[in-house]
Design a protein around this ligand. Structure first.
Ligand SMILES: *[C@@H]1O[C@H](CO)[C@@H](O)[C@H](O)[C@H]1NC(C)=O
Ligand SMILES: *[C@@H]1O[C@H](CO)[C@@H](O)[C@H](O)[C@H]1NC(C)=O
Ligand SMILES: *[C@@H]1O[C@H](CO)[C@@H](O)[C@H](O)[C@H]1NC(C)=O
Ligand SMILES: *[C@@H]1O[C@H](CO)[C@@H](O)[C@H](O)[C@H]1NC(C)=O
Ligand SMILES: *[C@@H]1O[C@H](CO)[C@@H](O)[C@H](O)[C@H]1NC(C)=O
Length: 339
């Protein structure tokens, strides 16, 4: 390598030093912090040494293990993601996860044989930004301690068996931007306090629970990125989720008992997915919808009436998007009767 020979003495010295340090002190080349390593080994033990963690060996650098990431500069463990595995025996969610003080991203996904409760040691994870506990058969209430994790941006508890109501204390997590509690057994009303989560766009996914009551009026002030409240027992008005200044790309309110007049609803350019099927929505399809590029649109099984506006994708979407209403007419349904 001729360019190396032409290099400065300084660089040569660095290369020699590096070579010497690697040769003489191999153990000090371990980047992983010993406390993190010890915590990870305790996690492995409490999960009864699943095959998933076979690379977690005392003799190797834990920054090189599977299912984790070390920070590139501090070499502290910042991500732990345990996914898609059968645990050999019933095991608790490892309390030693709370001994990874620099953890920012924690994922437990699709693990069988994991048992509750969520250990309160997780309260110590002051840097935690993303928590994903999906498809792990979690039961009991939404853990209340979450509201003490002040750095959380993202909470995803999709597909578990959580019961009870949505804690209004979630609204005290200042940077929270994503709340995913879909496909659980949650009951009660949606806490109006969630509307105090202001800042960037809010992503709210509460689909397929057993939530009841009305959508809080205060949600009219929220800047949603998307909102999916489908598959609950919500009733009353939802027209305030729409408006000229809104930015939600997706609104899914399908399979509820919502009852409001769609005629006066103000639509806006960003809306590309609107699902309102299976409600008791009345009035007409607003003219403005013809000006949108809607990839998903379905208002079937409601109580709508009047002429379908012409434009955008409202015709090409097909007649099934309009089925089972009171008296909708015009392309793609049969022509309106002129009387
Ligand atoms: C990390 O592990 C891989 C195999 O899993 C191995 O090839 C590589 O040499 C290891 N690197 C270090 C720095 O230990
Ligand atoms: C779950 O644990 C039980 C013992 O507690 C074991 O018999 C069973 O095989 C485990 N299930 C899976 C999918 O590994
Ligand atoms: C989920 O938990 C329930 C009890 O809470 C248990 O009966 C069931 O077997 C669990 N399912 C899986 C896939 O672990
Ligand atoms: C719905 O609202 C429109 C005004 O936006 C009004 O003209 C119409 O009568 C209302 N429809 C019903 C069924 O209340
Ligand atoms: C609209 O929803 C109905 C009812 O679920 C379904 O049968 C139909 O295929 C859907 N149409 C479109 C275009 O999404």
């Amino acid at each position: 390598m001729p360019f190396l020979i032409a290099d400065t003495n300084m660089n040569t010295a660095v290369i020699v030093l590096l070579a010497v340090s690697v040769l003489l002190v191999p153990s000090s080349s371990e980047l992983c912090h010993p406390e993190d390593k010890s915590a990870l080994l305790r996690i492995k033990a409490s999960l009864n040494n699943p095959p998933l963690l076979s690379s977690w060996q005392l003799t190797t650098d834990c920054c090189n293990w599977s299912s984790i990431f070390c920070d590139l500069t501090t070499h502290r463990i910042v991500s732990l993601f345990l996914e898609q595995a059968d645990l050999p025996v019933l095991s608790p969610i490892p309390p030693a996860i709370g001994d990874l003080p620099y953890l920012e991203d924690l994922t437990l996904n699709a693990l069988t044989n994991l048992t509750r409760p969520v250990p309160t040691s997780l309260l110590r994870l002051k840097h935690l930004k993303y928590i994903t506990f999906t498809d792990i058969n979690l039961s009991g209430p939404v853990p209340a301690f979450l509201s003490h994790l002040r750095n959380l941006r993202y909470i995803n508890f999709f597909s578990n068996q959580l019961t009870g109501s949505i804690p209004s204390s979630l609204s005290r997590i200042p940077k929270l931007r994503y709340i995913g509690l879909d496909r659980n057994l949650l009951t009660g009303t949606i806490p109006p306090s969630l509307s105090s989560l202001k800042g960037n766009l809010l992503y709210l996914v509460l689909a397929d629970n057993d939530l009841s009551g009305e959508i809080p009026q205060s949600f009219g002030d929220v800047d949603f990125g998307y909102v999916d409240l489908s598959g609950n027992r919500l009733r009353g008005d939802a027209s305030f989720l729409f408006g000229k200044d809104k930015r939600a790309e997706k609104i899914d309110l399908s399979r509820n008992r919502l009852q409001f007049n769609l005629s006066g609803v103000q639509v806006y350019e960003a809306l590309t997915s609107l699902d309102l099927r299976y409600n008791k929505i009345y009035g007409e399809v607003p003219e403005g919808m013809a000006g949108l590029e809607l990839d998903t649109f379905n208002v079937s099984y409601n109580r709508l009436c009047g002429r379908i506006p012409v434009g955008g994708n409202l015709q090409s979407i097909g007649y099934s998007a309009y089925l089972h209403n009171r008296c909708l007419c015009g392309d793609p349904l049969p022509p309106c009767k002129t009387a």
